[in-house]
Design a binder for this molecule. Structure first.
Ligand code: DGP
Length: 114
């Protein structure tokens, strides 16, 4: 836990959040500024700053995140698909330096980069 990290403090329960899922490795909650009817942030409980900090020692957290994403998508009724986004670093537009994946869905999504 990094007490200077807002997502660590949310995961610890120091800052309230709208939790949708939690297990031993993962904490997921609704984005404060939703960009679609469903907009959920899925984080590792362990503080990993960004995708660039994933390595052989901590990659289990990423695997657990993607297991959780599939469960959350089902629970949210996203049967027709959804988008998973990770912003990494300044050029990637990351604003909170605690690894997280956005689940965006509940609407037919438009423009995409890839
Ligand atoms: P990113 O730009 O990929 O680092 O996304 C950070 C997201 O985190 C952004 O969509 C807004 C969201 N966010 C920031 N602070 C809070 C907070 O205190 N609570 C919640 N629920 N979401 C937050």
């Amino acid at each position: 836990m990094d007490s200077n990290c807002i997502f660590c403090r949310i995961i610890a329960g120091d800052i309230p959040s709208s939790k949708v899922y939690e297990d031993e490795y993962v904490y997921a909650f609704r984005d404060i500024n939703p960009q679609a009817p469903v907009h959920i942030l899925v984080c590792p409980k362990e503080h990993i700053a960004c995708a660039d900090a994933v390595n052989a020692e901590n990659s289990v957290h990423v695997a657990k995140i993607f297991e959780a994403i599939a469960k959350i998508a089902k629970a949210e009724g996203l049967t027709n698909g959804y988008r998973v986004i990770n912003n990494c670093g300044e050029d990637g537009g990351q604003t909170v330096m605690h690894l997280h994946f956005h689940i965006i869905g509940g609407i037919k999504l438009g423009e995409k980069i890839l």
